[in-house]
Ligand binder design. Structure first.
Ligand code: ACO
Length: 395
């Protein structure tokens, strides 16, 4: 048997949650084309769709929203942990991982692994992740924590807890389009991590904590901050040199790729054409960008994108390196006034809907995930007592 490095192309489970067609550039979520679902649905509707395989009726949506409202508050020890993290200025993804791990304290019966208990747990995790991120962000910035608002729906409440003021409708729509777009995406690394953990019979909170750890990595969810920083850096370089941003981008991509680096926001394990989420988010960004500065940034980002695509094709021909979701995530979240350290935690606020649904699917599958590995070490070594060993310190 040969090793499939990175499990590229290996099917490890069946799912009805999302389908990624990397060659056609199509994403289906719960049976809906992304373009149909993301800009229209409320986040709670998409979560319900993933959990129950159908859209909610209006009574069911009201009920789910009210349940989520009732679950948003954090246990005091969670806030204590977040304060400790803020005192050390830890990155928000570390604080989110630490905070999420404390949610067992709010679980009425952590030993109950019935389907009903797991669905209730999924609701509690989805409801509380935004509270953790927003509370931590405000602590980190020396601001009073804003308590959740019982009258606001999920996305609006997240914006409210972050900013302390009620958001505009178009901001809520922009955020909701984003979190709907990233809610689930086949067997991505964080989802796989969650499924691996839950497949041992472990608990949902452990699985979500593992998924948060996976999402933090720059090859997965950690790219949008650096992607936007690149555009800012190129603007500065252009200002300093008097050259156009396109010329600076051309030189930058060559510099990075020739040094063995990667351009953040480009390339994808599955998509070899443009990531369909980029277009949905590009349209959402256009709606959000109103100030002259933002409009200019939007224009610069699109100009940089074209240069990156051209130079990547020249330097790495045939690899199909196209714009991925992270590039446009950066634009949408910037349009919402978010600073870059908030980008990946906000991705988690969306993706947790998918993680919980995938965990529920894996529980139903009831199969331990345990792949094989090709051994490349030595065989038949003979034991040497400590006093007779010589050579390197490693023995
Ligand atoms: N910039 C420059 N070169 C790249 C990039 C990039 N962004 N991505 C891949 N390549 C090159 C690699 O260097 C490699 O070149 P080689 O054939 O000369 O060795 C080739 O393309 C294939 O790269 P792999 O790492 O084998 O491709 P893989 O499918 O494993 O990578 C990944 C996918 C990790 C997303 C990669 O494209 C990357 O690092 N992109 C930048 C980070 C990023 O934007 N991550 C967010 C992804 S979206 C998400 O997870 C939500």
């Amino acid at each position: 048997m040969s090793v499939v490095s990175g499990l590229d192309g290996v099917l490890v489970a069946e799912t009805r949650l999302s389908r990624v067609d990397g060659l056609a550039g199509e994403l289906t979520i719960g049976g809906f084309p992304l373009e149909e679902l993301a800009p229209n649905a409320a986040f709670e509707e998409v979560v319900f769709l993933l959990w129950h395989d159908r859209l909610p009726t209006s009574a069911e949506l009201i009920e789910l929203r009210s349940e989520l409202v009732g679950l948003r508050t954090l246990p005091d020890p969670t806030l204590d942990i977040l304060r400790a993290a803020a005192s050390k200025s830890l990155p928000p993804m570390d604080a989110l991982r630490m905070g999420a791990g404390t949610l067992t304290l709010a679980d009425p019966d952590p030993s109950d692994s019935s389907t009903a208990a797991n669905l209730a747990r999924a609701k509690a995790i989805v409801a509380r992740l935004p509270t953790i991120v927003a509370a931590y962000w405000r602590m980190l910035n020396g601001q009073e924590v804003v308590k959740p608002s019982a009258k606001l729906h999920h996305a609006a409440n997240y914006l409210y807890m972050l900013k302390g003021t009620e958001p505009q409708m178009d901001e809520v729509r922009g955020l909701e389009t984003y979190i709907n777009s990233v809610i689930d995406h086949g067997m991505n690394n964080s989802t796989f991590t969650a499924r691996v953990i839950i497949s041992t019979g472990s608990d949902m909170i452990s699985a979500v904590v593992g998924a948060i750890g996976s999402l933090k990595g720059p090859l997965h969810g950690g790219a949008p901050g650096p992607a936007l920083d690149m555009v800012f850096e190129l603007r500065e370089r252009a200002q300093a040199s008097g050259k156009s941003i396109e010329e600076e981008a051309d030189a930058y991509v060559r510099e990075v790729v020739e040094a063995g680096g990667r351009i953040m926001g480009f390339g994808h394990r599955v998509y070899k054409v443009r990531d369909p989420r980029a277009d949905v988010l590009g349209a959402a960004a256009d709606k959000l960008f109103k100030t002259a500065g933002d409009i200019e940034l939007n224009r610069d980002a699109r100009a940089v994108e074209q240069v990156v695509l051209r130079v990547l094709e020249e330097l790495k021909p045939g690899r199909g390196l196209k714009t991925n979701v992270e590039y446009y995530t950066a634009l949408v979240l910037h349009g919402l006034g978010f600073e870059t350290p908030l980008f990946t935690p906000t991705f988690a606020v969306g993706r947790v809907g998918g993680w919980t649904a995938q965990i529920l699917e894996q529980i139903a599958e009831a199969k331990l995930i345990r792949p094989g590995v090709a051994y490349t070490g030595e065989l038949d070594r003979k034991w040497v007592p400590l006093e007779k060993r010589s050579g390197s310190r490693d023995g």
